[in-house]
Design a protein around this ligand. Structure first.
Ligand SMILES: Nc1ncnc2c1ncn2[C@@H]1O[C@H](COP(=O)(O)OP(=O)(O)O)[C@@H](O)[C@H]1O
Ligand SMILES: [Mg+2]
Length: 370
């Protein structure tokens, strides 16, 4: 399903160091006592017609990334460039006009459709509002959109509750297509659907992408869904991207302990992963109060194993995790999930940069994995 690889061409969308913080308010005066750093320095780009998959556990900031890019929530800082223009600088009518090119498909096909509106109006309203067509012409457009997503022309007269979950998601897709966008945020578009329906919707999205050269930011918590659908995959943890690579590379040769844990915890273990099932230990920390050093260190199996080897004095050439540099051969005891254990001191104190590992397009933020 994945689009053919190509490295040429300008980015359609460029996101640089995006941060979206939500204030935490307390007391009668609603004083701001801190911030939930839902998105904390995210960068990526997407070329026309290409798909970036964005995965991670619930609460890691995926939806906030999608909504911030579209300015459905105001980003705190950073830049979003669309076709070379600063999207965050658009105001008023210019903003309204450029918005038609960037659409969103929501996870919940029930909550995202107005229950009091007929389907024809749900899809037709943006067409009219943007002055694309009115009257009969608009109705023709609605009919062709309904048919394109696998529904019937007569469905225009029905209300959302008269449809199944999968059909409602088709309505959501038709509405997103109505303004001929070239970028769509797909926020877990199949998570709420029966497994038997999921692949139908994914196939539809893949066909539309090929037909209309639409770029997707495809959000999912299921790694299996993203693998075959994405050109590139980014893994998020606590508001940041901790690994990003071409899809095949990320799945066959993960370079971040969190990605390894997610892959091995997947319902259908990847046969290429020979290691035992690794489920990240402990709770997901709060994005209001992220851990020091590498934000993943309290749950990381790699730093724990490396610390055991260092403390047992295993020489670097014999260790299962060959530690690259001397400054990693020190350990610290930490407490996490009601348990005390040792980790590499550097992981507990210094935040690793997102940098290339082995290949220029394979980025990971980890002190230990090379
Ligand atoms: N409007 C909001 N106000 C306050 N906190 C929010 C808001 N939206 C999201 N959050 C918080 O930001 C973090 C990331 O949420 P979200 O982007 O929905 O994650 P995901 O989509 O990966 O599950 C969570 O801790 C969530 O509670
Ligand atoms: Mg979400």
């Amino acid at each position: 399903m994945s689009a053919a690889a190509s490295t040429d061409g300008e980015a359609l969308l460029q996101v640089r160091d995006l941060r979206t913080y939500f204030p935490i308010k307390r007391g009668l005066l609603s004083r701001t006592v801190g911030y939930i750093k839902a998105v904390d320095g995210v960068s990526f780009e997407i070329k026309p017609g290409r798909t970036l998959g964005l995965v991670g556990e619930s609460g890691c900031g995926k939806t906030t990334v999608g909504r911030s890019i579209l300015r459905l929530v105001p980003p705190t800082s950073g830049s979003v460039t669309y076709r070379g223009n600063d999207f965050l600088a658009y105001r008023g009518e210019a903003l309204r006009r450029i918005r038609r090119h960037m659409q969103i498909i929501f996870q919940d096909p029930v909550g995202s459709l107005n229950p009091r509106m007929r389907v024809g109006n749900i899809i037709g309203e943006p067409i009219q509002a943007h002055g694309i067509a009115t009257g009969l012409k608009k109705n023709e457009l609605v009919t062709s959109l309904l048919q394109r997503v696998g529904l019937d022309a007569s469905d225009a007269h029905k209300y959302p509750h008269e449809f199944s979950g999968g059909q409602r998601q088709r309505i959501g897709i038709a509405r997103a297509l109505a303004l001929s966008p070239d970028f769509i945020v797909c926020d877990e578009p199949v998570s709420a659907l029966d497994v038997s329906i999921q692949s139908q919707i994914l196939n539809l999205l893949a066909d539309l992408r090929a037909e209309r050269n639409i770029a997707y930011l495809f959000i999912a918590h299921n790694l299996a869904v993203v693998e075959h659908f994405s050109d590139e995959v980014a893994v998020m943890y606590l508001g940041r991207i901790v690994e990003k690579a071409p899809a095949r590379q990320l799945y066959s040769n993960p370079k971040h302990p969190y990605t390894m844990a997610l892959l091995s915890a997947a319902p259908e273990p990847d046969p290429r992963q020979k290691s035992a099932r690794i489920v990240p230990g402990g709770e997901v920390p709060s994005p209001a109060n992220p851990p020091s050093g590498c934000p993943f260190h309290p749950r990381c199996h790699i730093t724990r194993q490396a610390a055991r080897e260092v403390d047992a004095n295993v020489p670097p050439d014999k260790s299962t995790i060959p530690l690259p540099v001397l400054d990693l051969r020190q350990t610290t005891e930490i407490e996490s999930g009601g348990e005390r254990f040792r980790v590499l001191s550097k992981c507990a104190t210094q935040d690793p940069p997102l940098e290339p590992k082995g290949a220029p397009d394979h980025l990971s933020a980890c002190w230990v994995i090379r």
